[in-house]
Design a protein around this ligand. Structure first.
Ligand code: S3P
Length: 445
C-alpha cells in the first residue's frame, strides 16, 4: 500500500461533550506477533480481534508469501496454518511492509533463522528508517544482508542463516523490535538465545512465545533492564489468540475525552500490560480521571475497561525511564500537556527521532503552528501548557498516523479548528478512527 496520489486533508473543530462506549481496534503489536508466530507454529492458530489495519494486513500477506496459509473467516476471525520453526519458503517477490517498522523488523528476524533469501521493502517513510540495529544482531547469528540501500536501509535483501547461532545480545536500545527480531531468529538456533535490554520494553513476544509452547525465561537485569533467554528449536503449536484493544489507539479518544469539556466515555477491553501503560500513569499524575473496571486476562495479556472523564490537567515531569512504556504516546501526551496548566517536561526521547517520522521535531511543529509554546532541549521536549490551545494551524503529518490523530484530537478542544494535510495514514493502525470519534460526538470533517 504505497499511498501514491493526492493528499486527503481533514479538519477537527471544537466539539461538545464526548459520550458513549467505544472499542478501539485490536492491538497492533499483538496482531503482528499472532500472525508471525502462527506462521512459525505447527497446526492452526485462530486469531480473534486482529487489527485489520494496513500495517497488519501487510504482515498477513508476507506470511502467505513465506508459505503459511492465512485466511479471514466470515465471522471476522483469522486463521493461520503454520509451516513450523525454520520452515519458511523463499518468497517469489519482494515483501512489501508499507509503513510498518514492526512488521518489517520482526519478519526480518523470523526470515534470518531460515535458509532462504528474501527482499524487504516499504514506503518512503519506512525506507528512511534504520535497519542496521536489526541487521547487526542477525548477522552475528549467521544471516547476511546481501544488498541494501545506503546505511543498511530498505530495500534490502536478507539471506537467512543455514545454521543459525544462538547468541547473547546486549541491545544498545530498549526496543521490542530488536529484541523480538533476535528471539524470532533464535527460534531456529540450537541452544539458548539471550537478549539483554537496558530498559524493559513491551514483552508481547515473550508472552506469546510461551503461549505457543516455547521455553522462555525473563529476569530483571540492573535497575530497569531485563534478560530474556529462549531455548531454541522448540515445537511451536498453533494456539487461539484473543487480541485486546490497542492502548496506543485508545490513547486518542482517551485524551480527547480529557480535554473536551463535559466528556464522559467508556473504552472497553483495553490492554493494560504495564509495559504499555506509561501514558495512563502520566495522565493520572496530571490529574486525569481514568477509572479501570472489569480487569481480566486473556492469552496472557491483561485488559480492562476505562472510564474517562474530562479533567483539569496540570504539567508534570515525565522521567526518561518511562519512555519504553509509552514510546508511541508522546505525541498525544504533548496535546494533553498543551491543554494543561503549567510546564510538562518529557525526558529522554531520542528514539522518537526514528519512528514513522522524526516525531520529536514533528510534535514541536504540530504544537507551534497551533500557538503552543514548546521547546526541544537535547532529547527532552518541554511544553508550556496554558489551559487552552489557540489552534488554527495546518499540521504536516509526514506519512505518520499518530501525528494525524494527535492533531485531530487537539482540534476538538482548540479555540480554532485544526487541519491536517493528509489523513490517509490513519488507516495503517486505526482505520475506523474518524467514524468512531464522530460516534462519540467529535466534529471532524
Ligand atoms: C513495537 C515496538 C516499538 C513501537 C512500535 C511497536 C513493537 O518500537 O514504537 O510502534 O510492536 O514491537 P521499538 O521497539 O523500535 O521502540
Amino acid at each position: 500500500m504505497s499511498h501514491s496520489g493526492t493528499l486527503s486533508p481533514l479538519e477537527a473543530r471544537a466539539s461538545s461533550a464526548l459520550g458513549g462506549d467505544a472499542r478501539v481496534p485490536g492491538d497492533k503489536s499483538i496482531s503482528h506477533r499472532a500472525l508471525i508466530l502462527g506462521a512459525l507454529a505447527v497446526g492452526e492458530t485462530r486469531i480473534t480481534g486482529l487489527l485489520e489495519g494496513e500495517d497488519v494486513i501487510n504482515t498477513a500477506k508476507a506470511m502467505g508469501a513465506l508459505g503459511a496459509r492465512v485466511a479471514r473467516g466470515d465471522d471476522g476471525s483469522w486463521t493461520v496454518r503454520g509451516v513450523g520453526v525454520a520452515g519458511f519458503a523463499e518468497p517469489a517477490a519482494p515483501l512489501d511492509f508499507g509503513n510498518s517498522g514492526t512488521g518489517c523488523r520482526l519478519v526480518m528476524g523470523a526470515v534470518a533463522g531460515c535458509p532462504i533469501t528474501a527482499t524487504f521493502d516499504g514506503d518512503a517513510s519506512l525506507r528512511k528508517r534504520p535497519m542496521r540495529r536489526i541487521l547487526d544482531p542477525l548477522e552475528l547469528m549467521g544471516a547476511r544482508a546481501i544488498a541494501a540501500a545506503e546505511g543498511g536501509r530498505l530495500p534490502l535483501t536478507l539471506r537467512g542463516a543455514r545454521d543459525p547461532l544462538p547468541i547473547v545480545y546486549r541491545s544498545p536500545v530498549a526496543s521490542a523490535q530488536i529484541k523480538s527480531a533476535v528471539l524470532l531468529a533464535g527460534l531456529s538456533a540450537p541452544g539458548v538465545t539471550t537478549v539483554i535490554e537496558p530498559e524493559a520494553s513491551r514483552d508481547h513476544t515473550e508472552i506469546m512465545l510461551a503461549h505457543f509452547g516455547a521455553d522462555i525465561v525473563s529476569t530483571p537485569e540492573g535497575a530497569h533492564g531485563r534478560r530474556i533467554a529462549l531455548t531454541g528449536q522448540p515445537e511451536l503449536h498453533g494456539a487461539p489468540v484473543v487480541v485486546p484493544a490497542d492502548p496506543s489507539s485508545a490513547a486518542f479518544p482517551l485524551v480527547a475525552a480529557l480535554v473536551v469539556e463535559g466528556s464522559d466515555i467508556l473504552l472497553t477491553d483495553v490492554m493494560t500490560n504495564p509495559l504499555r501503560t506509561g501514558l495512563f500513569t502520566t495522565l493520572r499524575e496530571m490529574g486525569a480521571q481514568i477509572e479501570e473496571s472489569h480487569g481480566r486476562r486473556d492469552t496472557g495479556e491483561p485488559m480492562a475497561n476505562l472510564r474517562v472523564r474530562a479533567s483539569r490537567l496540570r504539567g508534570v515531569e515525565v522521567p526518561a525511564e518511562r519512555a519504553p512504556s509509552m514510546i508511541d504516546e508522546y505525541l498525544v501526551l504533548a496535546v494533553a500537556a498543551a491543554f494543561a496548566e503549567g510546564t510538562t517536561t518529557m525526558r529522554g526521547l531520542t528514539e522518537l527521532r526514528v519512528k514513522e517520522s522524526d516525531r520529536l521535531a514533528a510534535t514541536a511543529d504540530m504544537l507551534r503552528v497551533n500557538g503552543v509554546r514548546v521547546e526541544i532541549s537535547g532529547d527532552d521536549l518541554i511544553v508550556e501548557g496554558r489551559g487552552h490551545v489557540p489552534g488554527g494551524g495546518v499540521v504536516a503529518t509526514h506519512m505518520d498516523h499518530r501525528i494525524a490523530m494527535s492533531a485531530l484530537v487537539m482540534g476538538l478542544a482548540a479555540d480554532a479548528a485544526v487541519r491536517i494535510d493528509d489523513s490517509r495514514f490513519i488507516a495503517t493502525s486505526f482505520p475506523d478512527f474518524v467514524p468512531m470519534m464522530r460516534r462519540l460526538g467529535a466534529d471532524i470533517g
